[in-house]
Design a protein around this ligand. Sequence first.
Ligand code: PMP
Length: 324
Amino acid sequence: MIFSNILSAIGNTPIVKLNKITSEINPKVNIYAKLEFLNPSGSVKDRMAKYIIEHAEQTGLLSPGSTIIENSSGNTGASLAMICAIKGYQCIITMPDKMSDEKKNLMRGFGAKVIVTPTNVDHDSPESYYSTAKRLATEIPNSYYPDQYNNQTNIDAHYRNTGPEIWEQMQGKIDILVAGAGTGGTISGVGRFLKERNPKIKIIAVDPIGSVFYNFFKTKTLITPHSYKVEGIGEDYLVKCLDMSVLDDIIQSNDKDSFLMTRLLMNLEGLFAGGSSGAAVFAALNIAKSCHIPQNILVILPDSGNRYLSKLYNDEWMKEHGFL
Ligand code: PMP
């Protein structure tokens, strides 16, 4: 098949069965991985970015010469920057300083302007990546702020394409979905679609220790967030794109287990993914251990390992942070 440009190559990612990593866990359970890192810019975010941009074009929010401004942990920024390169929009991305240099350089490679902001500030502080993006969107004429954390079109992208794609590929034979939540768009959209098809499917989110989602889901209280190393999942406030009514449970992850599992995924399964993938697989393996009946678990691997060669794939970095 020949595509007219790279944007048509977004989606239709393969699902691969995990083998060695699951061999001693529970013979009744199959774990399948959806390889979202095989999207063109290397993450699941290509789907949502393309959908939001096309929606904005259709509803007149974007016009030739517009500037797209977004706050991103890097993956949405790369997706938007790739789309802007094809469509000819200007692109400005604000990103917290904890995110990898690889992500920054990736966005710059696609032609975006990247503004790095401090990680350890409140999300409503004027210095935060959200506030900086919002402010720039009011200052720069003819700009568009997708607002991925709150824009319900993010959920819709996954409800309309990732969800049906998974249902079709699995031929409906899925019992449990496991995915990390950052904006919440992936798990809310896919989860909503799968629940409509079969309400018995369990939707389980993964949240790093330090993020506020887990405690809010369990006790309706907001903890004081603290930072963690895994990138792209968890948040320090309640975001509108995480629809907790779709979730059956949230499992907490920690940096060390997430990173070691990510390395094992590469070592044992040949899957070159990022740290949030390890978090999701670690959670899926724990769920598998307690299953008493045959189950098919689908776990989403959101982004590529390329972005973390200087971090979780670097022994020195792992040792420095006490993970090896
Ligand atoms: N993993 C990584 C590496 C991500 O960048 C993101 C997006 N922030 C996610 C998981 C979670 O996806 P979502 O925003 O759809 O919840």
